[in-house]
Design a protein. Structure first.
Length: 249
């Protein structure tokens, strides 16, 4: 693995979690690399710098999939949010979002039970796909790994998760008179920027393929409110899209 810290950390976590010998791991590693080369167009090697990093991530994610559907799907959702911090409060909003759109059962299960959420996130930590956020009740992910996670879902699933991610962020935006409004906004802002970028990325083409066609106007309005102090263009775009949505309604 050429001594790359990310790859070595990932391999160490995998071997420890699976109680596997280094020789057996090496065999799995080579097999997984061959599989990834068949999908090189989807996961371009140049984006990750070395085959070691990409291969060890893929192996760890595959094991997470086998052990927990919730944890594996949470990784895909997280790939559309910000890497800096994922907390239970953000995910818990899925119960409210479900009133406006279809929310998958796995996410509702995590939203309804913090222990389930922590179990899923804890599995990611054990495979070094996430870290416990020091001093906060949340989790973080390496930025390069996070970029890879953002490519795991296919286009249809990615669009569905994008709509849900927008709903989660928008539902968590605090009211101005909330005593902890400043703290909550600061904690949420990076997620707001991330999902607004996803919305822009999804606006290629016209008609029903536009992501905003599936997003409630009130969510776009809340997102614009969250981003109002970040820069003038982001909130303006969100407000304009919200207005278009209200007109359609």
């Amino acid at each position: 693995m050429h001594g790359l810290p990310l790859a070595l950390t990932q391999a160490g976590s995998y071997i420890r979690e699976r109680n596997m010998s280094a020789a057996t791991y090496a065999e799995h590693y080579n097999d997984k690399w061959k599989q990834l080369m068949k999908k090189e167009g989807r996961f371009p090697l140049k984006e990750y710098g070395d085959r070691s990093v990409l291969t060890t991530w893929a192996m760890s994610y595959e094991q997470v999939q086998k052990q927990s559907e919730e944890a594996a799907r949470l990784v895909k959702l997280w790939g559309l949010l910000d890497s800096g911090e994922l907390c239970y409060e953000l995910v818990a909003a899925a119960s409210e979002v479900a009133e406006d759109m279809n929310v998958p059962a796995w996410l509702l299960e995590l939203a309804d039970n913090k222990l389930e959420f922590d179990d899923a996130a804890g599995l990611l930590v054990r495979y070094s796909l996430a870290e416990v956020k020091e001093g906060l009740d949340g989790y973080s992910m390496h930025a390069v790994l996070h970029r890879w996670c953002g490519q795991l879902a296919d286009s249809k699933e990615s669009r569905e998760l994008c709509c849900i991610a927008v709903g989660l962020v928008a539902t968590n935006v605090p009211l101005e008179w909330d005593a902890e409004s400043w703290r909550k906004r600061k904690r949420l802002l990076a997620h707001g920027i991330s999902v607004s970028q996803r919305i822009n990325e999804g606006l290629v083409g016209n008609g029903p393929d536009r992501v905003e066609a599936d997003i409630e106007p009130k969510y776009l309005h809340s997102l614009g409110y969250l981003l109002r102090d970040e820069d003038i263009q982001r909130p303006t775009k969100m407000y304009q899209r919200a207005l278009q949505g209200y007109k359609k309604v």
